[in-house]
Design a protein around this ligand. Structure first.
Ligand code: 2NL
Length: 344
């Protein structure tokens, strides 16, 4: 009798293990046959063994056995219903779908190009400085030799915050701040955002990036300016690029020059070139020898020191380097455009 009771418990245990592994109608049927098949089911066969018990033992063990049989039948019925129920959409896995892509961020092309510029100057012994984007009228204009209300200011379309504060129109105020604090020799570049009151079009933006540079020491001449900027342009574009210096004017440099390279698109060969307008040259840099008045404003003696300074628009130069027809593309953040630059 103990033996039979043990078997009943044992079959209950193995059935519970088997039933949870059921995946389909076929395996459910196999389990039913194994336990309850009319002739060979292992539980069915236990009913035959009841006969071997005494009449006192038989009712109790018989009740156990019937309970097991009822339990197995009920569970089989439950699982059958479970199998025929349509699966909830949220649980259905479609293995034919493509995997979910992860989109990685990447450096913006303007930042990458700015870093290329920085690396060239770092290689020439310059260091990098930064400063505030909101400036006072003094640092943005007056210290740079633009007197109040002077018409020279008209060339800089300024965004004012109030009478005294404005969004810097160039990074030159940072050079002023550095010269106020530090004695020459100075050899720095200042990359950063600058702001002008412009309506966006293919070649103008109200916010763009600039890199300005400044060298101050004893005996700095225009030859240093020329040599440094030629070296920089050859590293940035190509060793063979043609370069030309034209006389120009800036309030903060004297003499001043603008630096052109031959057109990167038509190489001066297309009279209707959309990039250089047929002239064959594109303007990349403004530069000049620091005006003595600017040195006086920061307490550097112009009799003992001289220096050169320069500035270029990062966006504008990137446009020529990458042959991009419209500067606004850089700020539309169309990933098809942006991604082309981070693959290098
Ligand atoms: C341009 C090019 C330029 C400078 C920037 C500068 C700064 C100091 C003193 C003298 Cl503190 N010059 N910066 C010089 C020449 C050109 O920028 O095309 N600007 C409109």
């Amino acid at each position: 009798m103990i033996d039979l009771k043990h078997k009943i418990e044992e079959y209950r245990r193995t059935f519970n293990e088997d039933i949870v592994r059921v995946k389909d109608e076929k395996s459910l049927q196999e389990i039913r046959n194994f336990y309850l098949s009319r002739k060979r089911g292992c539980v069915t066969l236990l009913f035959d063994q009841l006969k071997e018990l005494t009449s006192e033992e038989r009712p109790e063990v018989g009740r156990y056995l019937n309970e097991l049989k009822d339990y197995i039948q009920a569970e089989l019925q439950n699982f059958k219903q479970e199998l025929s129920r349509p699966e909830e959409p949220s649980k259905r896995v479609d293995l034919t779908l493509p995997g979910r892509k992860k989109y990685w961020g990447a450096p913006h092309p303007i930042l990458l190009f700015q870093q290329e510029i920085e690396n060239i100057f770092l290689g020439m012994g310059f260091s990098i400085e930064e400063g505030p984007e909101i400036e006072t009228d003094y640092y943005n204009f007056e210290a740079l030799n633009f007197p109040p209300h002077h018409p020279a200011r008209d060339d800089w379309d300024t965004l004012y915050i109030n009478d005294d504060l404005l969004l810097r129109t160039h990074t030159s105020p940072v050079q002023i701040r550095v010269m106020e604090k530090r004695k020459p020799p100075i050899r720095i570049i200042i990359p950063g955002k600058v702001f002008r009151k412009e309506t966006p079009d293919p070649t103008h933006l109200p916010m763009f990036f600039q890199v300005e540079g400044l060298v101050v020491d004893h005996g700095i001449t225009f030859a240093h300016l020329k040599g440094n900027l030629e070296h920089f342009l050859r590293r940035l574009f190509s060793e063979k690029i043609k370069i030309r210096f034209r006389p120009s004017f800036f309030p903060f440099t004297e003499p001043s020059a603008e630096v052109d390279i031959e057109c990167t698109v038509c190489r001066g060969k297309d009279k209707e070139c959309r990039v250089c307008g047929g002239g064959g040259w594109i303007e990349i840099l403004g530069a000049g020898m620091v005006d003595p008045q600017v040195f006086k404003n920061v307490n550097i003696d112009p009799e003992r020191y001289s220096g050169f300074a320069f500035g270029l628009g990062v966006d504008r130069t990137a446009m020529f380097a990458y042959h991009i027809p419209d500067m606004r593309f850089f700020y539309e953040n169309d990933l098809r455009f942006i991604r082309q630059f981070s693959l290098k």
